[in-house]
Design a protein around this ligand. Structure first.
Ligand code: E4P
Length: 215
């Protein structure tokens, strides 16, 4: 499963990229707003790190606006995936952009039927927001299972990008289900790396190593 960071922080992205565990980045208007910098500058800086996939979201609400923004964003860098919201306008824009060869990440997906429609119009990624469903008392991971099953049934090539991830168990379960990608905040990715028994074990090995005769 590919691991993406869900952030617009160039510092955090660089840290995880340097560790060799990062496959891509997703941003959204909320995450970009936290950086206090111009949108295009943030996206260009993230792409310059070398990531093969960087999602940048349109904010227009009509198909025309989304297509125009999507073309502009795609022109910023070859790694850009254009994020379009799962609305009738977003579907129309996705069909046009995908037809031109732009890779679209269809975002704000909350049902399996929405995911199927995204696949039918040629989205490269479909992003179910599982944490926000959990917040509503619905099991977000069950949605991921349904989407993976439907895409397998019909051999859709659209990749399932699990989004709105809150904790490491979301990542573990998404991997067991067979989702293609999981995007997560920095703190969740750091938790994937850490384990207290690793730290305790390493401290003991280093202490014992001091007792080994040297030279
Ligand atoms: C995905 O592309 C979104 O940016 C993100 O996962 C939303 O997560 P949130 O529900 O934590 O805002």
């Amino acid at each position: 499963m590919k691991l993406f960071l869900d952030t617009a922080s160039v510092t955090d992205i660089r840290t995880m990229w340097d560790q060799g565990i990062l496959d891509g980045v997703t941003t959204n208007p909320t995450l970009v707003a936290k950086e206090g910098r111009k949108f295009e500058d943030v996206i260009r800086d993230i792409c310059a790190i070398g990531l093969p996939s960087v999602s940048a979201e349109v904010v227009g609400t009509t198909p025309e606006q989304m297509v125009a923004e999507g073309r502009h964003l795609r022109g910023l860098h070859k790694s850009v995936y254009v994020k379009c919201p799962m609305t009738p306008a977003g579907l129309k824009a996705t069909k046009i952009l995908a037809g031109e060869g732009t890779r679209v990440n269809m975002t704000l997906v909350f049902s399996a039927n929405q995911a199927m429609l995204a696949a039918k119009v040629g989205a490269a990624y479909v992003s179910p927001f599982i944490g926000r469903l959990d917040d509503q008392g619905q099991n977000g991971l069950e949605l991921v299972e349904d989407i993976v099953q439907i895409f397998r049934n019909y051999h859709f090539t659209t990749e399932v990008l699990v989004a709105s991830v809150r904790h490491p168990v979301h990542v573990l379960e998404a991997a067991k289900i067979g989702a293609d990608i999981c995007t997560m905040p920095m703190d969740v990715m750091q938790k994937l790396v850490q384990h207290p028994l690793t730290d305790i074990g390493l401290a003991r090995f280093l202490k014992d190593w001091e007792k080994v005769p040297k030279g």
